[in-house]
Design a protein around this ligand. Structure first.
Ligand code: GDP
Length: 608
């Protein structure tokens, strides 16, 4: 059997998520073809270079006797950094921690005033004397507010809307501490209001509601409060724990109250601390290539302090901080936790959401950047996959693991989305399964939907009802392994989801009686215990079958197994009714003449 793959004896094989059979073969010194053959024998057609799911790699590993460990990209990066003695998650001594400003993202429906609000907040902060300073958009800014006799800072991510928010979250960067949800009081809760709310909830970020445009005569701020209670946001004045603040961004009314509410919410529900010493770490918020200045990136420092002259690496870009500027274009020599700064000096443009860190020297950051680039190139060859889809869910179900089906519903008109959702919840959903609609909305399937789905730790299926995703969004979904299903008829959608839900169920077993035998004689053996001489009265007695013992019609012992079975002197696998046999049962020795042994097996019950 020279063509067979080598067998392991439990050796650990570490494989990157999405590795191919070739990669696997490399690690165990095998011919990739032999692994293709092994997979084929296991009933799966996989080519040598195709990226495999975790399950496939684990299955093959088990089959060959290797202990396969799948390494996620995050873990890989951690390991890469560990080579340079960098540990991003290292516990920080409590005495090194200082409190830091909250980082806020403004979200809400289009035209409800997000941009105006961000402008108003910035303007409210232009300290006398600095007026005339050019405030530029660098992707984030910080304001200072007097609060309880203290001078407090708040950092705002200056990209309204949830695209930036989810893009970062999808890459594992949790930047936002608090979300300001802007709702125009003359318009009320709208689809993107709900979308934004769902994004914030999914990220477990507290929300402060800015009820905007209260200067308008038709404004109805109380209606907004009332509408949002339906979505679990209950205003403090109604006994809830969400702060609602009436504002008018355009004339600049209520801005101070809003900032106050942000600080109160932060203090009440978050403990915002970070070390201020040590090398800086954080996230790139925004970056672009500037004709004159080269790569320009706005980074948010999350830990430590960044200084001009530091060597930094952000994603696959590295360099030395040539200059740091704040949102007013003012040069800074250092930036501590929650401070956004524009950094000049990177050799390439990092992506929004890439993490950055400062390290000892140029060489370290260059090597980290180069290894990351090499890994990205390698990863982009392998097609991404791995998340469960409606189809694989059904399979997983058979294995009895999955218990929740998560959906994002998008439809052409809000009526159709509601109708679909209503109908879904009217389905006869088995108790053990949870159906969760994590987001619903009107309009085409967007990048934001895909990001919400891919940022979720569990599989999420996007349902498009009379709507489609653009090619770009579709590609992104493929890349992220998010399943999109399209329907034009409600009952068809219901039928398939119903099937998936049924499939989702853990299998139910029922007991099926195999046969009974009556004990006619008991032989005592010091070696194997008491042997029952029986006659099979019904069905069949099988070796290894589950059994119970009945005496005068009552069960005297349960959870037994037929551990040996003989016809005369020979071992038998089964003995049919009417025949005599000798048998022993495990776990029970006190058998008596006249006892009846009942055997049964557990069979999977098909669902209705
Ligand atoms: P965004 O799409 O959420 O960023 O909304 P914008 O900030 O662009 O605002 C949309 C429109 O609403 C603009 O015409 C603003 O001038 C107007 N607007 C924003 N805030 C207010 C406000 O407080 N009062 C009034 N009357 N109009 C506002």
């Amino acid at each position: 059997m020279s063509s067979g793959a080598p067998r392991g004896q439990g050796q650990v094989v570490r494989l990157s998520r999405g590795a191919s059979l070739s990669d696997f073969a490399d690690k165990i010194n095998a011919n990739p073809g032999s692994l293709v053959q092994e997979m084929f024998n296991l009933g799966e057609m996989v080519t040598a270079t195709q990226s495999c799911s975790d399950e496939t790699l684990l299955l093959l590993g088990e089959h060959l006797g290797f202990d396969v460990q799948i390494v996620s990209p995050e873990d890989e990066d951690r390991e890469l950094l560990a080579q340079f003695n960098i540990d991003l998650d290292a516990e920080v001594d409590a005495e090194r921690l200082v409190s830091r400003p909250p980082v806020v993202t403004v979200m809400g429906h289009v035209d409800h005033g997000k941009t105006k609000l961000l402008d108003a907040i910035r303007k409210a902060n232009v300290v006398a004397g600095e007026a005339g300073g050019i405030t530029q958009h660098i992707g984030a800014y910080q304001v200072r507010v007097p609060h309880d006799g203290e001078d407090r800072a708040i950092t705002f991510i200056d990209t309204p809307g949830h695209e930036a928010f989810t893009a970062m979250r999808a890459r594992g960067a949790q930047v936002t501490d608090i979300v300001i949800l802007v709702v125009a009081a003359d318009d009320g809760v709208m689809p993107q209001t709900i979308e934004a709310l769902n994004h914030a909830k999914a990220a477990d970020v507290p929300i402060v509601v800015a009820v905007n445009k209260v200067d308008k005569p038709e404004a109805n701020p109380d209606k907004v409060r009332q509408q949002l209670t339906e979505y679990g946001l209950v205003a403090e004045e109604y006994g809830g724990d969400t702060m609602f603040v009436n504002v008018a961004a355009k004339p600049g009314i209520g801005i101070e109250d809003l900032l106050e509410a942000v600080l109160l919410t932060a203090d009440a529900s978050l403990e915002l601390t970070a070390p201020i010493d040590g090398p800086a770490q954080g996230v790139a918020i925004e970056a672009h290539l500037d004709k004159g200045r080269g790569a320009v990136a706005t980074v948010l420092v999350q830990k430590g302090t960044l200084r001009a002259g530091d060597s930094i690496v952000a994603g696959g870009a590295h360099g030395r901080v040539r200059a740091m500027l704040d949102e007013n274009g003012k040069p800074l020599s250092e930036a501590g936790p929650a401070r956004p700064v524009m950094v000049l000096g990177l050799t390439a443009v990092p992506g929004a959401g890439d993490t950055f860190l400062a390290a000892e020297d140029d060489r370290t950051v260059r090597q980290i950047a180069e290894q990351r680039q090499a890994r990205r190139r390698a990863a982009s060859f392998a097609n991404s996959r791995g998340r469960a889809t409606l189809e694989t869910l059904m399979e997983q179900l058979k294995e009895g693991e999955k218990t929740s089906l998560n959906l994002v519903l998008k439809g052409d008109v809000s009526g159709s989305v509601e109708a679909l959702e209503d109908a879904l919840f009217k389905l006869d959903i088995p108790e053990e399964v949870q159906l969760r609609i994590i987001h619903r909305g009107v309009g085409a399937i967007t990048e934001s939907d895909v990001m919400l789905a891919s940022a979720s730790s569990e599989a999420v299926t996007i349902i498009g009802f009379n709507v489609r995703a653009s090619n770009k969004v579709r590609e992104m979904a493929d890349r992220e392994g998010v399943e999109i299903r399209y329907y034009t008829v409600i009952y068809q959608a219901l039928e398939e989801i119903d099937a998936a839900l049924k499939g989702l169920l853990k299998p139910e077993y029922e007991e099926v009686e195999l046969g009974t035998a009556e004990i006619r004689d008991v032989f005592r053996s010091s070696k194997i215990g008491n042997i029952a001489g029986c006659i099979v009265r019904s069905g069949v007695i099988r070796r290894n079958a589950k059994a119970r013992l009945l005496r005068d019609g009552t069960v005297v012992a349960d959870n037994l197994t037929i551990s040996s079975l003989k016809r005369f002197k020979d071992d038998a696998t089964e003995v049919r009714d009417g025949f005599e046999c000798g048998l022993t049962v495990s776990n029970y020795n006190n058998i008596q003449v006249g006892d009846v042994i009942e055997t049964f097996e557990m069979r999977e019950k098909p669902r209705a």
